[in-house]
Design a protein around this ligand. Structure first.
Ligand SMILES: *Cc1c(COP(=O)(O)O)cnc(C)c1O
Length: 460
């Protein structure tokens, strides 16, 4: 094992060096990936040096997500203390279903979940779990909503047509989860948004009323804290009032920006979260842990047990339910995603997590100001968002983004709102500095100049 750990160190060092000289990996078209890289598997063992060489080649050829040139997705950077925690989780290889199998690590996860519940404002009934991704935490939220509405579904299946409400700007996992849960994609109601990308509460109220009249059973409202494109925050208090009136479960999908919970300056964006039924956020997005680290928090943890516990004598042989979180999980064996969050939190403190969140808004402000102050740019996003959406010289966003990618200059993506496509710069890497944001625009402008990219006739 020691030899292999040395190899790990060697390859990691090579990667760190390469990130400095080539912050964007050399572009390999997907149809050439099997030719360009030694990916094939053989019958016989490999000579150790050849193995190391192949592995190094693949590592260096992979997209670099930790550098100052990666703005493509809703994650980025590399927090070393969190990486340390994740590496140790792999070494330990505990499975997070029982105290017997995971011991101290169950305590690590419990401390995180209990502390977050307290920060939300929930008392002893609050609880949660860590699941493999925000799509999954949204799914678990939907299942709890379904079972809370009709406890018989777990045994007897559906006896009524349930409906789900979410904004047109919400994440695509909502309709997917509606199909998995048996509620059905057709029973998802997409509520229109205002010009800022926020769900319009009065439209939600109307849609619910109509469904009740038609004989449907409104079951779940999904509000979004940080929509995927614009980074908009739905108005939780207004939506909450409607849900309370009709006794509908309210889940807040904060996968992208729910971590504002850690910032005294920005937690007002999720004001009212204490009043919702469930709330999820991805620590692998704003907090910056390695993928994945997705927390699901529930105001009353009895719902987790109602939807996910199952007796299993071969598994649950010691300790109280509290210490056997397999009973509140969709999975059986479960990876330890808690330790990386804990190592980070333990080392920088809650104040350090707050600084991580605040830094992203600071960088977004730098980017937004730049766009506003340069007449060649058009801005489409708003304050209090770490997604900065813009177009440059009327050039199609996808031309710029794809070109930058193929030329290994920058990784950035594009999105659409109200029929306009634009570049979406995400300032989620808190390790970046304002200078990195300025460099981003410099590289983009030089690229456009070099390739003489032209605007389309349509200017908007
Ligand atoms: C990223 C995201 C998700 C999905 O989270 P995964 O961890 O990628 O599954 C869900 N909702 C929103 C708003 C997101 O931004």
């Amino acid at each position: 094992m020691e030899k292999t750990l040395n190899l790990f160190q060697e390859i990691s060092k090579r990667l760190l060096q390469d990130e400095q000289s080539h912050p964007v990996s050399h572009f390999i078209p997907s149809e050439e990936v099997f030719e360009k890289l030694d990916l094939s598997l053989q019958e016989t063992a490999m000579v150790e040096e050849d193995f190391a060489a192949s592995l190094t080649q693949i590592v260096l050829a992979s997209p670099k997500t930790a550098t100052r040139a990666f703005f493509n997705q809703l994650f980025g950077g590399r927090n070393e203390k969190a990486v340390l925690g994740d590496l140790l989780a792999v070494m330990l290889n505990n499975s997070m279903y029982t105290y017997k199998a995971a011991g101290a690590q169950i305590g690590v996860e419990k401390v995180i979940l209990d502390t977050v519940c307290k920060m939300i404002g929930w008392g002893e009934h609050g609880g949660g779990t860590i699941a493999p991704g925000g799509s999954m935490t949204n799914f678990m939220g939907m299942l709890m909503a379904r079972d809370a509405k009709d406890a018989n579904i777990r045994k007897g299946g559906f006896s009524q047509k349930m409906t789900v409400y979410t904004s047109t700007e919400s994440h695509y996992s909502i309709p997917k989860n509606a199909s998995f849960s048996g509620i059905g994609r057709q029973q998802v109601r997409y509520i229109p948004v205002d010009d800022f990308g926020k769900m319009i509460p009065s439209e939600l109220g109307k849609a619910i009323q109509e469904d009740i009249q038609q004989g449907f059973t409104p079951t779940l409202v999904n509000a979004t804290a940080g929509t995927t494109v614009l980074g908009a925050f739905d108005d939780i208090p207004a939506i909450s009032e409607i849900c309370k009136k009709h006794k509908i479960w309210l889940h807040v999908d904060g996968a992208y920006c729910g971590s504002v919970l850690f910032s005294n300056r920005y937690k007002h964006l999720i004001k009212g979260v204490a009043g919702v039924d469930s709330f999820s956020f991805n620590a692998h997005k704003m907090i910056g842990t390695p993928l994945s680290c997705s927390l699901l928090l529930v105001k009353d943890k009895k719902h987790l047990y109602q939807s996910f516990s199952n007796e299993a004598d071969y598994l649950y042989q010691t300790d109280e339910d509290e210490f056997n979180p397999g009973k509140t999980s969709l999975q059986c064996g479960r990876r330890n995603d808690a330790l990386k969050f804990w190592t980070l939190w333990k080392s920088v403190g809650t104040k350090g997590l707050e600084a991580i969140v605040d830094k992203q808004f600071e960088l977004a402000n730098v980017a937004r100001k730049y766009v506003e102050n340069h007449p060649d740019y058009t801005l489409y996003s708003f304050e209090n968002s770490i997604s900065v959406c813009f177009n440059y010289k009327g050039i199609p966003a996808r031309d710029i983004c794809t070109g930058l990618y193929e030329d290994s200059e920058l990784m950035v993506g594009f999105g659409t709102f109200q029929d306009t496509e634009f570049i979406r710069l995400v300032t989620i890497n808190a390790q970046n500095d304002p200078q990195d944001i300025h460099n981003f625009f410099e590289i983009l402008e030089a690229f456009v100049e070099k390739h003489a990219l032209a605007p389309t006739l349509k200017t908007s």
